[in-house]
Design a protein around this ligand. Structure first.
Ligand SMILES: C[S@@+](CC[C@H](N)C(=O)[O-])C[C@H]1O[C@@H](n2cnc3c(N)ncnc32)[C@H](O)[C@@H]1O
Length: 398
């Protein structure tokens, strides 16, 4: 088993150069994905019992109302990707991977979101380009094709509370369970404790997962979660379930980040996974609002991806980041940015804004870009007491 896993690992890391191997590999990946989608659609995973003896294909097929032979072929295909297993007697059983994805609510939601939303969206890029060509409008996207709407992504979610709730749960799953995008990475790369009794504005903070994590880890911090109406309602309901000594340090505020920032001179304005949803002109506007509210002491922390130049990182990381870059294109006509792109949007937002550091914690897909007004660059370089990790501006920590 260990050897098999190693072989799969190698295939991901090393491109196959012979055409037959390459094309077969693509086909196999598609088939593996289609089987996962089928298993999800017919809700097969919860029907596989936890017994060490497994469950017969016939029993599962009957419960799900699907043909037994199809179920067997599908499950055995999924097994080639390391998902599900069979007992020596030929009964269907979970392996550790399929059981975790079936039982963990965050992973299960993420799995469903991929199958029902992210991947179907990929297929809509062709009709979107056929229809709108080079348009960069946020309403000329694959998402507009898929949902048959003229509204932009977040506008459409406002009209569909079911999809809004799905999206918020997806964001929570990314914050809590996705090893590459977990909030914990944010705790490592900035010296929050050194801020002491400080005010952090979590701009576009969704239902508050990040603010709650920060408040738990740093008891002196005060936080304000800002977002649109629906996520702020979810944040309020989440906060109402917390102990008072925690919830009293976290405020909520309905705020559109394209309008003037109401909180002046906060110690930190945090933009976690925000700017990649917006094309440059809009990202500049969001940053302009923050620069106008910032004091020389304020830090603007941008936690987002920094795209590497092709071939400069590991294939696995680059593939994950480029997948996200395309996902931003599909949903928003937006993109992930390279270092120079980040420098440009900050500069355009306010000539005084500069990048102090860019750090990417080990295992994180996100980098944390620490920016501030140029006047703030005092004698210590303005790195907020984390000079041991300080990297030259524009340098990616690997
Ligand atoms: C990709 S999510 C990131 C959420 C959160 N920062 C996190 O790290 O999980 C983007 C967030 O931006 C919010 N948003 C979108 N448009 C907004 C606007 N005009 N003003 C404020 N928030 C907005 C969305 O509601 C959503 O919660």
């Amino acid at each position: 088993m260990a050897i098999e896993n190693q072989a799969r690992e190698d295939t991901l890391e090393q491109p196959v150069h012979d055409p037959s191997g390459f094309l077969t590999g693509i086909l196999v990946q598609q088939q593996q994905y289609a089987t996962l989608r089928w298993l999800c659609h017919f809700d097969i995973l919860p029907k596989i019992t936890q017994s060490r003896d497994g469950i017969s294909y016939g029993e599962v097929a009957q419960q799900a109302g699907v043909p037994e032979t199809t179920l067997r072929s599908i499950a055995r295909m999924a097994m080639t990707s390391g998902f599900l297993a069979e007992t020596p007697e030929g009964r269907l059983i979970h392996n550790a991977l399929s059981r975790t994805i079936s039982e963990d609510r965050h992973l299960n939601h993420w799995f469903r979101y991929i199958v029902e939303q992210t991947v179907p969206l990929m297929d809509c890029l062709i009709p979107a380009v056929e229809k709108w060509g080079n348009s960069k409008a946020s309403t000329h996207t694959a998402y507009n094709v898929m949902r048959n709407t003229n509204l932009p992504f977040f506008g459409f979610l406002k009209s569909r509370p079911d999809l809004r709730a799905d999206f918020d749960l997806y964001m929570e799953s990314q914050a809590v369970m996705h090893s590459g995008t977990r909030i914990d990475h944010l705790l490592q790369v900035f010296d929050w404790a050194a801020l002491g009794d400080a005010l952090v504005v979590d701009v576009g903070g969704n239902a508050g997962a990040t603010s709650i994590t920060l408040a738990k880890a740093f008891p002196a911090l005060r936080l304000i979660i800002q977002d649109l109406e629906e996520p702020i309602e979810s944040a309020r309901s989440k906060l109402s379930e917390l102990a008072v000594d925690l919830s009293k340090r976290i405020e909520t505020q309905e705020h559109d980040f394209f309008s003037p920032q109401p909180v002046q001179g906060a110690d930190v304005y945090l933009l976690r996974m925000i700017l990649h949803d917006w094309k440059d002109a809009e990202a500049v506007k969001i940053l302009e609002r923050l620069a106008a509210a910032a004091s020389p002491k304020s830090r603007i922390l941008i936690m987002d991806m920094v795209l590497p130049r092709p071939g400069t990182g590991t294939r696995r990381l680059e593939a994950a980041l480029r997948q996200k870059d395309l996902a931003m294109l599909h949903a928003f006509n937006a993109k992930e940015r390279e270092v120079e792109d980040w420098q440009r949007v900050l500069e355009q937002a306010d000539g005084r804004l500069e990048i102090k550091t860019i750090r990417r914690p080990d295992g994180s897909q996100h980098s944390v870009i620490e920016a501030g007004l140029r006047e703030a660059t005092g004698t210590d370089g303005g790195s907020n007491g984390v000079s041991e990790h300080h990297e030259e501006t524009g340098t990616l920590v690997s």
